[in-house]
Design a protein around this ligand. Sequence first.
Ligand code: MN3
Length: 242
Amino acid sequence: MNKRKFLKQTMLTSAGMCIAPSVLLSACKSDSKKEEQMETTSNTTGMFELPKLSYGYNAFPETIDPLTMEIHYSKHHKGYTDKLNTALKEANISEKTIEEVLRMDNLPSAIRNNGGGYFNHNLYWDILTPEGSKMSTRFKNIISNNFGSKEAFLNQLSDIGAKRFGSGWAWVIQDKDKKLHIVSTPNQDNPLMKVTEINGIPILGIDVWEHAYYLKYQNRRVDYLQEILQIINWNKVEARML
Ligand code: MN3
């Protein structure tokens, strides 16, 4: 194991929840030095790793059935990860964080689709919790200032996910002026990419591809959205804000 890889692994272990390279940086910002080191040590081997889940496939029996969880993680997410690594190798791209990759100009479609798929699912799994969680007073105030009220915020988020035609994602992002927005992107695009209408840092992402919900909810995407909003780890979402 080379030194950088060792450093990275040590930091990931010691940081506990910082299970993926770079995508979870903001969840680890209590230690800015660690964050800085992690950013520079991502993808030094030219390979991104599928992050381990912090819960089992049966963690959300009321919301996500175990078979959907298993296929979504071990087939879809793993598939994006493997294909991203292949595409980066072919394009001779390394020494970049996943954010840097996604912010590149003229992303080749294999990197756009699979890099997006990799980042988006890392975020999705990370901000779910079997325990349920409450928004802090601070975060609730931020939400009210940006969207009017917590209810208006949740409605707008659910609505944009329901209205996404075909496959895609619903996002809460923070723009460069620290303002929060609710946006949606098609396919595996996300608001880090130059192709999206509003750029920003995703702090919450909900997968609205049919593979995320069809076995349990069939065509009822709205029901899936209502349920998934009950298992969001709001503390982690808040921790992603800069
Ligand atoms: Mn998916």
